[in-house]
Design a protein around this ligand. Structure first.
Ligand SMILES: Nc1ncnc2c1ncn2[C@@H]1O[C@H](COP(=O)(O)OP(=O)(O)O)[C@@H](O)[C@H]1O
Ligand SMILES: [Mg+2]
Length: 294
């Protein structure tokens, strides 16, 4: 299986993105990244030889079987994990700890229940020391952008899960990070809400030209949203393949139903199926081992 490493360009030299990459330095570079976790059974290799680069304004999805190290990768890029091998640079500067250039959105609920929507979104700006009028105006702007106009003074418990997740996205965007990392932000939502929210994220990304990395387990979501998709292997997580999604934008619902779209989904599913089956076989072997232990 072709494995790509050190990939500032696309997988095919004929793609226009390859030419674009040679013109501009990538914003985010991950190079030779490896991470091991100590466990009672010895050290666990979570990530190995991870290398890819993301250009400014690009939308890149990360897809891979559960447990392959996707969240670990984001936590390293976000500066939340500090002991790892390899290098992560943003605009050429190696990261060391949490970084104002990075904004993160997580799967789990992260709104503050005791704050209204506008107070939630303005919170990081308050921490930054932005004057009240300015931060409220900024918060309102991003609340409108995620489609929550009119809900500024509601509390999270008055909103649906999808709306709360939009509050979390608005709060991260309001901070104006150079790079947005979203770790399965729609994972807990139903399929319809996911689709609509995916659409919203896409609109926002096109509007702000926000450099975005998204972890998702939905292949269709990855194809719908991304310029490129990084497919990871089962443990230890490596880059199995990087797929250039050559579909035109805007990615309308018509396009989502097209043969070309279906071909991308099938191609990625093929890769992913291999890795997921491997993961399942290993998990089964572990369970068997435990059952047969005296
Ligand atoms: N702090 C930790 N200590 C030990 N093992 C960890 C820790 N964090 C993650 N792992 C292990 O590393 C692997 C990758 O985890 P994770 O990055 O959460 O995967 P994913 O997000 O792809 O599901 C898993 O086997 C997980 O159990
Ligand atoms: Mg995860």
């Amino acid at each position: 299986m072709a494995e790509e490493r050190a990939v500032p360009t696309g997988s095919s030299p004929s793609q226009p993105s390859a030419a674009a990459a040679s013109l501009s330095e990538p914003l985010l570079v991950v190079d030779g990244l490896a991470k091991e976790f100590p466990t009672p059974e010895g050290s666990l290799a979570a990530l190995e030889r991870i290398a890819f680069a993301v250009r400014e304004g690009e939308f890149v999805s990360i897809i891979g079987p559960s447990g392959c190290g996707k969240s670990t990768l984001f936590n390293i890029i976000g500066g939340l994990i500090d002991r790892f091998q390899g290098r992560v640079t943003i605009a050429g500067t190696p990261i060391s700890g949490p970084h104002a250039a990075i904004g993160m959105v997580f799967q789990e609920e992260s709104t503050f229940p005791w704050r209204t929507v506008v107070e939630n979104v303005a919170f990081p700006l308050e921490i930054q020391g932005m004057p009240k009028q300015k931060r409220l105006a900024r918060a309102r702007h991003f609340i409108a952008l995620v489609g929550l106009e009119g809900f500024e003074h509601r509390y999270p418990f008055e909103l649906s899960g999808g709306m709360r997740q939009r509050v979390a996205i608005a709060r991260t965007l309001a901070f104006e990070p150079k790079i947005l990392l979203m770790d399965e932000p729609f994972g807990a939502l139903d399929e319809q809400t996911r689709l609509l929210l995916g659409d919203k994220v896409l609109q926002i990304q096109q509007e702000l030209k926000q450099t975005t990395l998204l972890i998702t387990h939905s292949i269709a979501e990855a194809v719908q949203l991304s310029d490129r998709i990084v497919v990871m292997t089962y443990r230890p997580g490596r880059v199995k393949r990087i797929v250039d999604v050559g579909l035109p934008r805007p990615r309308t619902l018509d396009l989502v139903g097209s043969d070309a779209f279906g071909r991308y989904v099938a191609e990625i599913w093929n890769d992913l199926r291999e890795e997921t089956s491997r993961g399942m076989r290993e998990a089964e072997a572990r369970v068997r081992g435990m059952l047969h232990r005296p």
